[in-house]
Design a protein around this ligand. Sequence first.
Ligand SMILES: [Zn+2]
Ligand SMILES: [Zn+2]
Ligand SMILES: [Zn+2]
Length: 84
Amino acid sequence: MRNKRGSCPHYNGEPSTAPATPHCAECGSTSSLRVCVTCGHVGCCESQKGHNTAHAKAAGHPIIKSLPLGEHSFTWCYTCNSYV
Ligand SMILES: [Zn+2]
Ligand SMILES: [Zn+2]
Ligand SMILES: [Zn+2]
């Protein structure tokens, strides 16, 4: 399910909005965080409580990046259900 970069119509390559908080906005987790590209919401990953997934669905913001941002960060689209 790993698509080539650029195949996602929901993401144009813009950098992420700065993370709004240094921890998950819902539960305070500080590991394996994801930031919403659209609004900067920070949530924990699927292997924790999945708050980034919950935000993506509730807010309609499908694109997240893994934290910390940098060369090892990945971008994921929840609508395409693939890396972008
Ligand atoms: Zn997409
Ligand atoms: Zn959380
Ligand atoms: Zn958002």
